[in-house]
Design a protein around this ligand. Structure first.
Ligand SMILES: *[C@@H]1O[C@H](CO)[C@@H](O)[C@H](O)[C@H]1NC(C)=O
Ligand SMILES: *[C@@H]1O[C@H](CO)[C@@H](O)[C@H](O)[C@H]1NC(C)=O
Ligand SMILES: *[C@@H]1O[C@H](CO)[C@@H](O)[C@H](O)[C@H]1NC(C)=O
Ligand SMILES: *[C@@H]1O[C@H](CO)[C@@H](O)[C@H](O)[C@H]1NC(C)=O
Ligand SMILES: *[C@@H]1O[C@H](CO)[C@@H](O)[C@H](O)[C@H]1NC(C)=O
Ligand SMILES: [Fe+2]
Length: 593
């Protein structure tokens, strides 16, 4: 089976090369790195591109947005491709939303939290047929669902409280001991304390719904399990009396606290993804367009990875700002303007835009989540474990790809187009782009990260990630319908805080739109990252073989991961739900509009 997949891909490249040659001249010429012979035509071509792709602004903000004779043409052509499926899916979702609301009402409305599972049952047959991830609808009250989500579904704001870090907030010593067996200070000293901080969200412009900016502690217990310790709910104007909730509180109050920070993490994924997977990749792509010839193998590969990127901000602007779609200001605690302002803030701070410091391993290391010297390793860390397998696959295919075009490190250092790309990061405002690319390893890292942004980051923060876990009901409501309590002991039933049937259906609809459920197993997925006729027809044999091997490896990996399920304790890798979102035949390889 593996063999036949290789040969099919190889054949596809070979067969399709011939007719294509006859039609589009520039596109089918074999890819080549710069040399003396191509100096004149390529210099001419690149300066033409630099005149046609200029740095502009977009109302949504963040990275430079292209304009100019060539850019405008490409943006218009792209629009003809990305818009029809968006509208088609949108139409289906409008219909399915109506049906879901009617079904919930017909079944007697929501009377308990568990009732919210009804909004998915036999609904969204086209847009979200399989509903949230297995376990999300039944195991959300389990503390391990809450904590392990930070090690899988929402890994980007979690950090270990490192030796030199201050504590976010104090916690009563007896209380801390009764939960964890240790004081907060002991856990900190032992390197077993972790935190998430969304306090900044409390200051955003509000809607008629309610939310808080939360902070939380997690810890590694004596058995090595990763568990929640406390959640603090901070509301603007009453910061001094902010309440701290723990597993020792009333069951529903503790659940309420966990759900309130879930909404923060969901907001972080939803709006953060527009900059972390989209703009952070668009900026170096635009500088690449201005630096490389279209005949350069590096640009050819980036052209494939960056599928339809310029549609993202127009689509956001149209739905968010011009309001042609219901972006649900009634249901999020914060307005659409707040979303845009917040996205710009995390972009300009470097959190989501930084290139090098957001490398997969670098980011985890900086946050003390791997290789931490002064504390224990995480026993189960699904985001890291699955992510590392895919990152290594990318590093391998890009190493072989670079080997196919560069004899040695010196050839990389002497590639005038790569060196132009490095320099272009300054006018192109690529935050934290490498200061130098001098070796094969350097360029492999850059390509790996570019591919990681569009595939893994986008899948986790949008795609089949946040739609099916952190933004799935009933464990996360986008916002609350009643205010955050000012004292303990008042929440014995969460339902009065929860959305109506319309609100619940709005939440499913909003997230189903980003999910593209029907793309599972298609050529939009990670395994097909290099499976493109034009690219294949222009690669040399060695590079083509490397990409074919990547694809068969990813098919095999998908088969292996799909065998996962609940063990005899009802867990998958310590999680009360099955987290398979990075499945290479499910995760989309590009940052979907
Ligand atoms: C469903 O219940 C909520 C409160 O529990 C209420 O606000 C809403 O009006 C109800 N909807 C219908 C259609 O009965
Ligand atoms: C938003 O509306 C303004 C004013 O009507 C219009 O000029 C602009 O083109 C619209 N933007 C998008 C992306 O549709
Ligand atoms: C972003 O990168 C710059 C260096 O290029 C660094 O100074 C800054 O601290 C980084 N920001 C974050 C949030 O990592
Ligand atoms: C998937 O294949 C179809 C049919 O060959 C093609 O039209 C489409 O562009 C491909 N999509 C991607 C992302 O490669
Ligand atoms: C989680 O849910 C699944 C399916 O609903 C169930 O089989 C499993 O036992 C649950 N796990 C725990 C820890 O409750
Ligand atoms: Fe997206």
């Amino acid at each position: 089976m593996m063999k036949s997949a290789i040969s099919t891909l190889l054949l596809a490249g070979a067969v399709r090369a011939a007719p294509a040659l006859a039609t589009e001249n520039t596109k089918v010429s074999p890819l080549a790195t710069p040399n003396l012979l191509n100096l004149i035509p390529r210099t001419f071509e690149i300066s033409e591109k630099r005149r046609g792709w200029l740095y502009g602004d977009f109302p949504f903000g963040v990275a430079p947005y292209p304009y100019g004779k060539l850019a405008d043409k490409k943006i218009a052509a792209d629009q003809d491709i990305w818009k029809p499926p968006v509208f088609e899916l949108g139409g289906v979702i409008v219909q399915e939303t109506q049906e879901a609301v009617e079904a919930v009402i017909a079944s007697g409305n929501f009377t308990s939290l568990d009732d919210y599972a009804k909004v998915y049952k036999n609904q969204w047959q086209t847009s979200l047929p399989d509903g949230p991830l297995p376990g999300m609808l039944t195991n959300h009250t389990d503390d391990r669902t809450f904590s392990m989500m930070r090690l899988s579904s929402v890994p980007y704001r979690l950090r270990r409280v490192q030796r030199e870090d201050p504590l976010l907030f104090p916690l009563d010593e007896d209380l801390s001991r009764s939960i964890s067996g240790h004081s907060l200070e002991e856990l900190h000293a032992q390197g077993r304390l972790f935190s998430e901080d969304f306090a900044e969200m409390k200051d955003q412009e509000t809607t008629s719904a309610y939310g808080a900016g939360c902070q939380a502690y997690f810890y590694i217990d004596d058995a090595g399990d990763f568990l929640p310790l406390a959640v603090k709910l901070i509301v603007k104007g009453r910061e001094d009396s902010a309440l701290v909730y723990t597993p020792k509180d009333l069951k529903d109050e503790w659940l309420f606290a966990k759900m309130t920070i879930n909404a923060n993490d969901g907001w972080h994924s939803t709006w953060g993804h527009t900059t972390m997977s989209h703009s952070a990749a668009e900026a170096p792509y635009l500088t690449a367009i201005r630096s490389f010839s279209e005949n350069h193998p590096i640009l050819a590969v980036i052209n494939r990875i960056e599928n339809l990127p310029w549609g993202v901000r127009p689509n956001l602007e149209e739905s968010l700002v011009n309001g042609t779609a219901d972006t649900g200001p009634k249901y999020y605690p914060w307005t659409a303007d707040a979303a845009r302002a917040w996205a710009n803030k995390v972009y300009s701070s470097g959190e989501t835009s930084n290139f090098s410091s957001n490398y997969f391993y670098t980011s985890l290391r900086n946050r003390g989540l791997i290789d931490y010297k002064y504390g224990p390793a995480l026993k189960s860390f699904p985001f890291y474990e699955d992510g590392a397998v895919l990152i290594e696959a990318l590093q391998k295919v890009f190493s072989e790809f670079i080997n196919a075009y560069y004899k040695n490190d010196k050839a990389v250092a002497n590639d005038r187009e790569i060196q132009a790309w490095v320099k272009e990061a300054v006018p192109g405002q690529v935050h934290d782009f490498p200061k130098k690319i001098q070796t094969k390893k350097d360029i492999v890292e850059v390509l790996t990260h570019q591919a990681y942004l569009g595939s893994i980051v986008h899948t986790i923060m949008s795609g089949n990630g946040n739609q099916l876990d952190i933004m799935a009901l009933p464990f996360t409501a986008a916002g609350w319908q009643s205010p955050i309590p000012t004292k303990k002991g008042v929440i014995t039933d969460i339902v009065p805080w929860m959305p109506t049937p319309e609100g619940a259906a709005w939440q499913v609809a909003t997230y189903a739109a980003g999910n593209r459920a029907s793309w599972k197993d298609t050529n939009n997925t990670f395994a097909y990252m290099f499976d493109n006729e034009e690219l294949q027809s222009r690669l040399n044999d060695e590079a083509r073989a490397a990409t074919a091997k990547f694809q068969t490896d990813m098919f095999a990996l998908s088969d292996k991961w799909r065998a996962r399920g609940f063990d005899e304790n009802g867990l998958d890798r310590g999680m009360p739900y099955v987290w398979n979102v990075l499945d290479p035949k499910w995760a989309i390889f590009w940052s979907v509009v």
